[in-house]
Design a protein around this ligand. Structure first.
Ligand code: NDP
Length: 446
């Protein structure tokens, strides 16, 4: 089996040189899905995984815009239309200086499985730009978004490809992108998700990814007759996913000890309660400031410059910042300090070595494609509400989100149970694969 997997990976690597993040995501899937394919005649010999790793379409384009000093700036825009077997391409846009083809292809590949797990009819896609919104004025961000959409609009549409937010793309950016799309197409359609509630957005969409991460952790713990109540929780990041993971964790009785950004982490030994979290949201979303300022307001907390929060002893860890932010030594520390559950909010935040350590120590470990699927799930619900020209209540969307997260958990248990332990990585990969593979087989070689 090892030989089949390594031959497959060599073949993929030869077509995708210098794309380490993409190969990392493909390797994780190949190691769990290829043994399943070999055992199932209907999938064996169809080269389904080889077809899935090849994007249906990759679009790359120039984004020229004028900054506040009237200087011309040039960035690169992308959209990866990865797989449309079960629905139109769906996945976020990331604006961050680190964005490149490898990162977007890994995200688009993971998105296929994630979207399949939600049970909603959405294919996989991802896009973005190496533009950095940090430190830019609102007008600069608007001009960039308008230029970006002036090319992207011809490739997307409510039945073709429906982008959303990701790192660096929040409600402000979605607003500017939507405004330009509407102007260019002269139509008001649900072409983007994450819209404002008064112009077609869904209630609970901003909260959905973070809430879903905690709902998934709750299910994993419940499966072991455990609960979140009273447990210490370490969270990385302080953006959209981290904020709402913290909100739900506090709501369910957890004690949140940390938040972070790319400069370091804050540790509050008394716990970040709802009032302190409201301050963080104001700091990050309105003032667009750095997390270290938390300490000026709450002096009992400390700021740890240049460090990640995994050194803080906890029962539950929620990595919610970015890819490869939790390494083998961090995983070893978490295990040593008594952590029992890791639910990924970010995409691929744990390195393969860290995941191996978690699995070896039978830590409840949820890969992002399962535990952070709540965001895209509610995006799917936003698309449904747009098509119906109707909006569901907060309670209704939240209930649907909880049902979807519970169903994803059940699928992982179905395909990932190994003796008395659930391998959630294997469960998520196989459950996601089966639905897409069946659709691809039915649709012929295309
Ligand atoms: P935001 O832009 O709102 O926040 C990102 C956070 O991560 C910030 O605190 C940021 O700090 C930190 N961060 C970014 N890059 C790095 C880095 N290289 N090192 C350390 N910290 C970093 O993004 P989101 O909260 O939306 O996304 C976070 C993660 O969740 C991403 O992996 C994303 O793909 C994933 N995700 C998001 C979904 C969504 O609905 N938004 C859905 C599913 C997954 P700083 O400000 O210093 O950059």
């Amino acid at each position: 089996m090892e030989k089949i997997v390594s031959q497959f990976l060599e073949q993929v690597n030869s077509h995708n040189q210098n794309e380490p993040e993409f190969m990392q995501a493909v390797t994780e899937v190949a190691e769990t899905v290829i043994p399943f394919i070999v055992q199932h005649d209907i999938y064996y010999g169809q080269n389904i995984l080889l077809r899935m790793v090849e994007p249906e379409r990759v679009i790359s384009f120039r984004v020229a815009w004028i900054d506040d000093k009237e200087e011309i700036q040039v960035n690169r825009g992308y959209r990866i239309e990865m797989n449309s077997a079960i629905g139109p391409y769906k996945g976020g846009l990331r604006f961050h200086p680190s964005v490149n083809l490898s990162i977007l292809k890994f995200l688009a590949f993971e998105q296929i499985f994630k979207n399949s797990l939600t049970t909603l009819p959405m294919g996989g896609g991802k896009g973005g730009s190496d533009f950095d919104p940090k430190g830019k004025s609102d007008t600069e961000v608007m001009r960039f978004c308008q230029s970006f959409m002036t090319e992207l609009f011809r490739h997307i549409g409510p039945n073709r490809d429906i982008p959303a937010g990701d790192i660096g793309v929040g409600s402000r950016e979605i607003g500017y992108l939507f405004g330009q799309y509407k102007r260019l197409k002269n139509e008001f359609t649900g072409v983007l998700t994450g819209k404002g509630v008064s112009w077609g957005g869904s209630l609970i969409r901003p909260e959905a990814t973070g809430y879903g991460v905690v709902y998934f952790a709750k299910q994993m713990l419940l499966h072991q007759n455990e609960s979140l109540e009273g447990k210490t929780i370490v969270i990385s990041g302080s953006g959209n996913v981290a904020q709402f993971a913290a909100e739900k964790a506090i709501h369910l009785g957890g004690k949140v000890l940390t938040l972070s950004d790319s400069s370091g982490y804050i540790y509050d030994p008394e716990g970040i309660d709802a009032e302190k979290l409201a301050y963080v949201m104001e700091l990050k979303n309105v003032k667009r400031d750095r997390i270290h300022n938390y300490v000026s307001k709450y002096p009992k907390a400390s700021f740890h410059k240049g460090k990640t929060p995994w050194e803080v002893p906890c029962k539950i860890a929620l990595p919610c910042a970015t890819q490869n932010e939790l390494h083998e030594n961090d995983a070893a520390l978490l295990v040593k300090n008594g952590c029992i559950c890791v639910s990924e909010g970010a995409n691929m935040p744990s390195t393969p070595e860290a995941i191996h350590l978690f699995t070896k120590n039978k830590i409840l470990f949820a890969p992002g494609k399962a535990s952070n699927a709540g965001g895209v799930a509610v995006s799917g619900l936003e698309m449904a509400q747009n098509s119906l020209r109707y909006s569901w209540s907060r309670e209704e969307v939240d209930q649907r989100l909880q049902n979807i997260m519970n169903d994803i958990h059940k699928s992982c248990v179905k395909y990932g149970t190994e003796g008395d332990h659930v391998n959630y990585v294997k469960g998520a990969n196989i459950a996601g694969f089966v639905k897409i593979a069946d659709a691809m087989l039915a649709q012929g070689v295309v």
